[in-house]
Design a protein around this ligand. Structure first.
Ligand code: PEP
Ligand code: MG
Length: 621
């Protein structure tokens, strides 16, 4: 869940690393140009010097405990051990894709860490220290790890270098435990030099929320999937990005000149003058294209035969509001509220949430805003919920299949009610809809509606002027179960929003945020398309609004197919709106419907992909 930090042997220790540096490499022989391939996650060309983000040293405060706090503190320590073990297990799982040489170094080290996190002298002594000295776990870890490291270095028959290495390993495990106890971010993004290309082993969605798009040229990471939330956030921020680049961190040195081609999924390190000139030319062409598309902003999203299509934006962070205004999107079709709960230790209260929702609703100046309630689970790390003990520290054993989305909110009704109250307060400032994530049964929708109505009644008693009928309450269709039960779910819902990111993940059993099986992640797989079609038809039969807000909504190549399937409302990252608008304006609904029928007759994903590009070529030509 949390970033793995750095796998120690493959890079210099943090102390030797320049701080968030992108300083030019010393003059000398020109390093060889290296091309690496990854996942084309966020389009655009970025040219800049590589920077790696530095780790922040966690602040350790020594606190004395009361007798009755000791057992709880030991439990907290045990949770941090569990989280550390999970992080290291994840790192071990990646060994197979690393070069043999890196493997040879990493494997014994991971064994040593695993042993230390087991029933070792280190963990036993830390527990004893907490109990006997009645001190907080962070202090006990730091003091014990340092004491043990010094003792290991001072004693023993091994040579000095081996003793030093062992002592460093103990300190490293101590640091990992302290970070997991204090939930300190592993990296600091505010020190990145302007115009840098960020290279990282892994970025979590919470990390991505800390990036400043105005400061960065682009992003490349070694891990990460095509449709994980990190990928979505990078697209939303308009940062060209290539994720899932095997071997990146073995090759990437801070200060190296780099090119990110986010559309092709290619990273070039130490480009030659010729490659650099070609990239600069591509960048200039991209700017011209963006300007051309920008002129579509004020034109309506109508097909050639005058069919109106609603194009809205997805919003992950308030920082995107100006970009949404520029994009020509008419409202927000999916406001993911997770950002409100990330990178903080306390859960935002009703007033704080209401303030943010009102800010968004007012910024939309009368255009509709669909606010989705908190969707914890999957790869989203939401610190405030961990801090409050609402969800387990390391994300639980299988949060994608467990108490995710609405399931958590129905268990934690206070959390749910607080958020609904804040949203309803914002609904008095402009048109709002409420969206429920991860729904699988009609009963969940009924229960959610009961809570919603109860909150509405309470707010009215408090004097809030709410209409007799509360704003529409809709659901995400993002599991095969929900899609196949769409007819019964439609009876309980006011609208559907089809989340193809999760729908593809759950249908094809491929983690959207992982690298290894990403070649199997395909929203154009006939199974995914058939589920979508089923859900769309269930909604259209009863004339209920249905939109698509997964990432495929922003892929202009798929616009004719979605229109042909009956979709008239799409929500996407704001950067995609102009291109999709252009696609809408270039087609007629009859052609789209015919095309969709021919696609839905196919059973081979490859054939479907070929049909999609064939339709596009015909239209472009
Ligand atoms: C989806 O699953 O398609 C979706 C839009 O929700 P999220 O990406 O936030 O899981
Ligand atoms: Mg989803």
């Amino acid at each position: 869940m949390r970033t793995e930090g750095k796998p120690p042997p493959r890079r210099k220790p943090a102390a030797e690393q320049p701080r968030a540096t992108a300083a030019a490499k010393p003059a000398g022989r020109q390093a060889k140009e290296t091309t690496l391939y990854g996942l084309a996650v966020s389009p655009g060309i970025a040219i800049g010097r590589l920077a790696t983000a530095t780790e922040q040293a966690p602040a350790i405060e020594r606190r004395e405990l009361f007798e009755d706090q000791v057992a709880w503190e030991i439990e907290r320590f045990d949770e941090a051990v569990g989280a550390s073990r999970k992080q290291l297990a994840k790192l071990r799982a990646r060994l197979s894709i690393l070069p043999e040489e890196a493997n040879r170094e990493l494997e014994p080290l991971l064994d040593a860490y695993a042993q230390m996190l087991g029933n070792s002298r280190l963990t036993r002594n830390i527990r004893r220290r907490i109990g006997e000295q009645r001190i907080n776990a962070e202090a006990a870890v730091a003091e014990e790890a340092e004491g043990l490291a010094e003792a290991m270095f001072a004693a023993g028959t091994d040579d000095r270098a081996t003793r030093q290495r062992r002592a460093d390993e103990v300190r490293e495990i101590g640091r990992r435990l302290v970070r997991n106890l204090t939930r300190t971010p592993w990296r600091n993004y505010s020190l990145l030099p302007h115009g840098a290309v960020l290279a990282a082993e892994l970025l979590t969605p919470a990390d991505a929320a800390l990036l400043e798009p105005a400061r960065l040229a682009g992003v490349m990471t070694e891990e990460g999937g095509l449709e994980g939330h990190t990928a979505i956030m990078l697209r939303a921020l308009g940062l060209p990005a290539v994720l899932g680049v095997p071997g990146l961190m073995d090759t990437a040195e801070p200060g190296t000149m780099a090119i990110v081609d986010g559309r092709a999924g290619i990273v070039t390190l130490n480009p030659t003058a010729t490659t650099l000139a070609a990239a600069r030319k591509a960048l200039a062409a991209e700017m011209r294209e963006r300007q051309r598309l920008g002129r579509l902003r004020r034109l309506p999203a109508v097909t050639r035969d005058e069919e109106q299509v609603e194009l809205q934006a997805n919003l992950e962070l308030p920082i995107e509001l100006p970009m949404i205004a520029q994009s020509g999107a008419v409202g927000i079709g999916l406001l993911r509220t997770e950002f409100l709960f990330m990178n903080r230790d306390d859960v935002p209260d009703e007033d704080a949430q209401a303030e943010t929702y009102i800010q968004v609703v007012e910024a939309m100046q009368g255009d509709p805003v669909t606010i989705r309630v908190l969707d914890w689970g999957g790869e989203k790390q939401i610190e405030s919920l961990v801090a409050k003990g609402i969800v387990p520290g390391a994300g639980g054993d299988n949060p994608a299949l467990g108490v995710r989305g609405l399931r958590l909110l129905l268990k934690e009704t206070e959390l749910f009610e607080t958020q609904l109250a804040a949203i309803l307060r914002a609904s008095t400032k402009g048109p709002v809809r409420v969206l429920l994530p991860m729904v699988t049964t009609p009963d969940e929708v009924r229960k959610a509606r009961e809570v919603y109505d109860r909150v509405g009644r309470r707010l009215r008693r408090r004097g809030l002027d709410l209409p007799e009928h509360l704003p529409p309450l809709g659901i995400m269709i993002e599991t095969p179960g929900a899609a196949l039960a769409a007819d019964s779910l439609a009876l309980e819902s006011d609208f559907f929003a089809i989340g193809t990111n999760d729908l593809a993940m759950y249908t094809l059993a491929v983690d959207r945020a992982e690298t290894e099986a990403s070649h199997l992640y395909d929203p154009l797989h006939p199974a995914v398309l058939r589920l979508m079609q089923f859900a769309i038809e269930a909604a259209l039969r009863i004339r209920m609004p249905v939109s698509v807000c997964g990432e495929i909504a922003g892929d202009a190549r798929l616009t004719p197919l979605l229109l042909g399937l009956g979709i008239r409302s799409l929500s996407m990252s704001s950067g995609s709106v102009p291109r999709v608008k252009q696609a809408v304006r270039s087609v007629a609904i009859d052609d789209c419907a015919r095309f969709a029928r021919s696609v839905m007759e196919q059973s081979d994903p490859g054939r479907i992909a070929a049909l999609v590009s064939g339709f596009q070529t015909k239209h472009d030509g």
